[in-house]
Every structure is written in structure tokens, then in C-alpha cells.
Design a protein. Structure first.
Length: 309
């Protein structure tokens, strides 16, 4: 099974400017991969300001929408060969698939897609600019989150995941780097770049794995079609990381990480307290034994009720 894994990424939508908060990364010059310079005007409308983050599938920029006078985030799709027509067509299809998947989710916990535009044949996704930091950045800065905060986070992520699944979509890449904690309290799931239809009738490239192995479900690593249960495993790994401050399956190298996800029980959670059974239930290797969304919600609400009693 061929694997495409993520590169390290910064904040995808926030930046410490008048537009919001987050961490900006120095912008790269144009090079052989087609990466653009800051200040470039895209599609006659969007002025690039700074590079916010990068991953295996694209780069995300802070930009000014000069027509509507607002700040936005622009995702530039990475092309395997910027000069090849086939590469540009493949990138456009990826961009459209990502934008359409996110746009189908009618929930304020899913990143809002404004448009898909082309510049010199290269596709760009125009998204809302989010304030705040990703969960991954928050953990790097502050360490593990309190149980009460993780419980609320879990409930909000369950809400958006259930909305995603009702829309017939499997997100496929739930992880701390794709969970955005906004300044206004919103919890937003971002990056639908490898989302796929949830129904079993649509084509699925079984030979291909894309995403973050430490947060992927065992069945995905076996090349099976992702399902809502796969997203719930990733949610469990994300909540484990939030409360413990470390990934349950991240190891020193890729092979060890894949082995841990597929075969090893996660290390016993030391800080999870009353949400430990929930996390363990979500991390069941067998998707048929894994907690479903309703069971997970009931468990989280029980923990909230105990805290208030």
C-alpha cells in the first residue's frame, strides 16, 4: 500500500495580525514546485500576505480579498509537476473534491469554503480565516488540557463529525493539527483534503493511504475503505493526545508507528481520569467493537454531569 503522509505544518488559518491570531511562517519564493511569493495577486482578487502552514497536499496563505475587503485563507495545491497538464488537472480535481466535501457539511464546526479559483491553470481554495490556534499548537504551548476542557472539545468534535457523516462524507484526517480552537470558542475541523464518500458504492483507491499514520485507524492502514468508525478512532487518538499531551501511537519511525496503530494497545492514559474508558472505547482496533458516536456522546455527557454534581 502506497502511503502519502503529512509534512510538519503550522497554523493553517490564523496569524498574529489585525485579522486574527496564530503563527505565521515566512513566505517562500517561487521555485520549481510553483510556490508563489507573498504580495502576488491570485485570480485578480486575492493578495498573498504570508505563508501560514504547509502539508503534504498543499500550502495555506493569509491573503486579502481586495474585492470584499476582508482577510481570507488561500490553499495552494501542491503540484507534482507544475509544467505538466496532467498534474494541473489532478490538482484541480483534488481541490474541487476537497472544497465540495467541506461545503456539504452544514455545521459551524466545519471550515467554511468561499470559492475555488484558478491562477495560471493552478487551483486555489478560498476559505474563511480562523482566529486562534490549532489543538496541536495549543498543546505545544500549554501542555495537556484539563479533563473538563477535553470533554467539551470531544462533544463539539462529535457534533461536527456527525454532521459530516450525515452529509455522506468521511473526513479521514482527524488529528490535533486539523482541529482549530478559535478565539470566540468555536472548535473547527479543517482540511477535508482526503475526505471521501461514506457510501460503499463510490470508487475508492484501495492502494493509496494519505494522512497521518499516528491518528489513522487500523482498518485504514490495511487499505480498507474509510468509514465513520474510522473517524471515531482518530477522534479517540486526538482526545488521548489532548488529555495526555502525547500521541498514543506516535513512535520514533514510520514502521514503528504503523505497527503501534495496527497491533499495540495505547499506553495507559495517566491523566484521563473519568474519560479514560471513553478514549479506550474509541481506540478499539476492531471497528465493530469501537464506540459509536451516540455511545461516545453519552459517555462524555456522563462525565460532564459528574463534574456538575
Amino acid at each position: 500500500m502506497k502511503a502519502i503522509t503529512d509534512l510538519p505544518a503550522g497554523s493553517l488559518h490564523g496569524t498574529r495580525t489585525q485579522h486574527g491570531t496564530g503563527t505565521a511562517v515566512a513566505a517562500d519564493p517561487v521555485d520549481g514546485s510553483g510556490i508563489q511569493r507573498a504580495e502576488r495577486l491570485v485570480a485578480g482578487r486575492y493578495r498573498l500576505r504570508s505563508l501560514l502552514g504547509r502539508g503534504g497536499m498543499g500550502l495555506v496563505w493569509l491573503a486579502d480579498d481586495e474585492l470584499l475587503d476582508r482577510a481570507v485563507a488561500l490553499k495552494q495545491m501542491v503540484l507534482s509537476d507544475p509544467l505538466a497538464e496532467e498534474s494541473r488537472k489532478a490538482a484541480l480535481l483534488r481541490a474541487l473534491a476537497e472544497a465540495r466535501a467541506a461545503a456539504r457539511v452544514q455545521h459551524d464546526g466545519a471550515v467554511d469554503i468561499h470559492d475555488v479559483v484558478k491562477e495560471n491553470g493552478h487551483p486555489w481554495i478560498v476559505m474563511e480565516l480562523l482566529s486562534g490556534l490549532t489543538l496541536a499548537q495549543t498543546l505545544d504551548l500549554d501542555g495537556p488540557l484539563p479533563i473538563g476542557q477535553v470533554t467539551g472539545l470531544g462533544l463539539r468534535l462529535l457534533d461536527v463529525l456527525q454532521a459530516t457523516h450525515r452529509a455522506g462524507i468521511v473526513h479521514g484526517d482527524v488529528k490535533p493539527g486539523n482541529v482549530h480552537l478559535c478565539d470566540d470558542g468555536r472548535v473547527v475541523l479543517t482540511d477535508f483534503g482526503i475526505a471521501c464518500p461514506a457510501d460503499g458504492d463510490s470508487p475508492w483507491p484501495e492502494y493509496l493511504f494519505a494522512g497521518s499514520p499516528a491518528y489513522a485507524s487500523p482498518e485504514r492502514l490495511r487499505g480498507e475503505r474509510p468509514s465513520p468508525a474510522s473517524d471515531l478512532f482518530s477522534l479517540g487518538a486526538t482526545l488521548y493526545t489532548a488529555v495526555e499531551g502525547r500521541s498514543p501511537f506516535e513512535r520514533a519511525d514510520l514502521v514503528a508507528t504503523l505497527t503501534a496503530v495496527a497491533e499495540e494497545a495505547p499506553p495507559t492514559a495517566q491523566l484521563a481520569g473519568p474519560i479514560r474508558p471513553l478514549v479506550e472505547g474509541l481506540l478499539a482496533k476492531d471497528p465493530h467493537r469501537r464506540l459509536n458516536a451516540d455511545q461516545a456522546r453519552a459517555a462524555l455527557r456522563d462525565v460532564q454531569g459528574q463534574a456538575l454534581a
